[in-house]
Design a protein around this ligand. Structure first.
Ligand code: HEM
Length: 339
């Protein structure tokens, strides 16, 4: 190895703060989507047939009706004011299909709006206002730093710390979850898009903003004792019960970015107090049996957008598409299970 290459390796290794340089791409190099999936499996385990992220999930259907305010912002047919059918997938964060429901971890709500003329809009939303990394390279490095040591079956604390010290934004999401109670229901927690998207009106100018789906009945959390008493598997039954009673609905709200706001980072929310526009109401109307429903063969790709909605320069948006497709391919090839 030449002196120059040795020096570059040393600098890159120090910058990423991990010892396994071979697993850590340079900050500018794209991450190979297969390498991403391999790293998910190495870090979180391989559960054949299941999604490598959001494995424990349930499929539902619903309906969305857009508002006049949304129509003023975007020409998308999602906002026509006529009911639009939606496929909904709720899940618990992580790769384990038996992940407990009663811990302070991530909940997800993925959506597919089936629009007129075969158009589709896919949205993956999470129960935190920020994601755990701001670039695909940083996300990959974080996953690599969390990979268990074969001897201890635990991540190496020094490697985890070194990476987090060099990339402090990877800790923001965990701090948010730690500060909130365990969600009482899939239907009683906020779900953020975390990326900015542009809403394009008839004049052709995009208004950028970040969206959040807020439960109409309000956010509901469990005390630590209540969470313990609920046990590890209550969210599916709770969802069925609430949907039967017509109690699962979300306001689709958009926080509008102002000039100078950062709109290229999933780890930087918009500043407090930005104007919030109600884009419409999403009602969940039926829940599939466990393991059934349309979600099994869908991957929710954030670049599947309707006319009238455009991505921002956030590098994480485009970085999701290929790994999702690879993930779908792997789980279908293994015989897709559950949802
Ligand atoms: C480069 C960054 C990312 C990678 C490599 C990645 C990877 C994955 C993979 C492999 C899946 C499973 C896909 C499937 O089998 O259908 C998944 C699911 C998911 N991801 Fe990501 N992800 C990334 C960033 C994000 C971000 C920034 C968000 C924040 C909104 C997010 C939210 C979700 C959600 C909500 C699901 C579950 C979707 C479902 O129910 O099918 N991901 N991700």
């Amino acid at each position: 190895m030449s002196k120059l290459v040795r020096c570059a390796v040393a600098v890159a290794t120090a910058a990423w703060g991990v010892s396994a340089f071979a697993q850590t791409p340079s900050p500018a190099a794209p991450v190979d989507p297969n390498a991403f999936l391999d790293q998910f499996e190495a870090t979180f385990g391989k559960f054949e047939g299941y999604r490598r992220s959001g494995a424990k999930g349930i499929c539902a259907t619903g309906e969305f009706v857009g508002t006049a305010e949304a129509r003023a912002l975007s020409t998308s047919s999602a906002f026509s004011g006529r009911p639009v059918p939606v496929i909904v997938r709720f899940s618990v964060g992580g790769a384990n299909p038996k992940a407990p429901d009663n811990t302070k971890s991530q909940r997800n709500m993925a959506l597919q709006f089936d629009l007129p003329d075969g158009e589709r809009w896919q949205l993956g939303n999470i129960s935190a206002p920020v994601f755990g990394a701001s670039s695909p390279q940083q996300f990959f490095g974080r996953l690599a730093s969390l990979q268990p040591d074969p001897a201890t079956r635990m991540p190496d604390p020094a490697t985890v710390k070194a990476f987090a010290d060099a990339n402090p934004e990877v800790l923001l999401q965990g701090r948010y979850f730690a500060s909130r109670p365990v969600p009482a229901s899939f239907g009683a927690v906020n779900y953020w898009g975390v990326h900015a998207f542009g809403f394009v009106n008839a004049g052709g100018k995009p208004q950028f903003g970040k969206w959040v789906f807020e439960p109409v009945g309000g956010v509901q959390g469990l005390t630590d004792d209540e969470a313990k008493a609920k046990g590890p598997s209550f969210l599916f039954d709770d969802l069925r019960q609430r949907v039967k009673e017509g109690r699962v609905a979300f306001n689709f709200n958009l926080e509008l970015a102002e000039p100078g706001d950062r709109i290229d980072s999933a780890t930087v929310p918009l500043p407090e107090g930005r104007r919030k526009v109600n884009l419409g109401l999403l009602k969940v109307t039926s829940v599939a049996e466990d393991g059934a429903g349309a979600c099994l063969t869908i991957t929710f790709n954030p670049l599947v957008l309707p006319k009238g909605v455009v991505p921002s320069d956030d590098p994480m948006i485009a970085a999701r598409s290929a790994p999702y497709a690879v993930g779908l391919g792997r789980r279908l090839g293994e015989g897709a299970k559950q949802q």
